[in-house]
Design a protein around this ligand. Sequence first.
Ligand code: UD1
Length: 421
Amino acid sequence: MARYEIMGGARLEGSVTISGAKNAAVAILPAALLVNGVCRIENVPDISDVRILLSILEGLGANVQKPEENVVVIDATAIHSTVPEAALVKKMRASYYLMGSLLGRFGHCHVALPGGCNFATRPIDQHIKGFKALGANVEETEEYVALQPGEEGLQGNRVCLDMASVGATANIMMAGVLLEGQTIIENAAKEPHIVDLANFLNTMGAQVSGAGTDTVKIRGVQQLQGGTYTIIPDQIEAGTYMAAAAVTGGNVLVKNVIPKHMDCITSKLEEMGAEVIIYDDAIRIKGNGRLQAATVKTRPYPGFPTDMQAQICVCMTLAEGVSRLTESVYETRFFGYCTELESMGAKIEISGKTAEVTGREKLKGTTVVARDLRAGAALVMAGLCAEGTTRVENIHFIERGYENLIEKFTALGATIRRIDD
Ligand code: UD1
């Protein structure tokens, strides 16, 4: 099993260019199945989740080409199957998007239940509720979901989500774009990748409006045609490098970002004492001595993202004072990494949804295990700050979502290498 070995102590300096957004890519690539033509998708991150998805699409009969780095060309005209390969589907969480896209294009599908990061129970009842509202018959077992048109066929409808689920919003959007009538999603998620998916679909000829607000409206069209689309930069990858710069007392220009998407993270790091300079498509972060304790509560966008919980926790473990970190999206998320940070000397007390983090002067290197993607990135950050050597195991989680992590951190002056046993 491969692992990362990190020699702590470097202040990160220089610049890093942020890749395309993982969570947008894993929605947009399946959405290409809705298109009767050739989609050229640019700024696609080269991460394992994307590679798995592309294999799934090829298995369904899509023609997938990679003419240049970070560009994928997909022609889904000749799809011959609506049953994605279960073994691949189980390797990642976002494979649930195959349900919405295959239902939308073909009216039926048989998709294994997804795997991926299991830092919490992650039900898909809201996705199912949406498919049913659009007229689908749903057969759900412990292994798969099979969707068929119900007696009255599939058609647009109004769906009010119980919670603003990112996955359900995107899935219902995909299922609705080719249906007769209008689909309205109330209490929709507003994350940047929801807007990016809507922009992709509209570029291909869909009529989606309201993405980024509570109400998304999808007026069905007969067909989507091909086109070219560029994926937005990754908010969480950017946030990870920003937090790493701040906690190492570094000075890093984080390039290729949409500063608006970063507002909540930027202002929290500023509040903790980092200096932040915002440009049109870049953010400079300077660590100004030791960070100060803070109070953070994760929330759906535009709030502080749950996917930055672990990284901000690392900042708190070294900040002066006692911080409070409250998780309001996935309650059990702390368990993926807090004990690992404690083994490095962090002081964290978890009580229900809140972790109280008492800042320490230093962390010490040891062997830690990544249990999910963002927890893994946080352990890398902790290793960068720790005294001595940190070994991070289970790095396949990290490689699901961070493109060229070793190269990017090395270019910033970190000593980090990947070791294959
Ligand atoms: C997406 C992101 C993930 C991020 C999360 C929250 C992708 C591929 N993944 O995950 O990185 O951590 O948003 O920002 O974009 N819920 C239900 N029933 C459902 C759906 C969700 O109860 O049918 C609950 C979840 O358990 C969770 C909350 O709703 O408590 C939000 O989940 P959701 O927004 O759906 O997250 P994901 O789409 O799985």
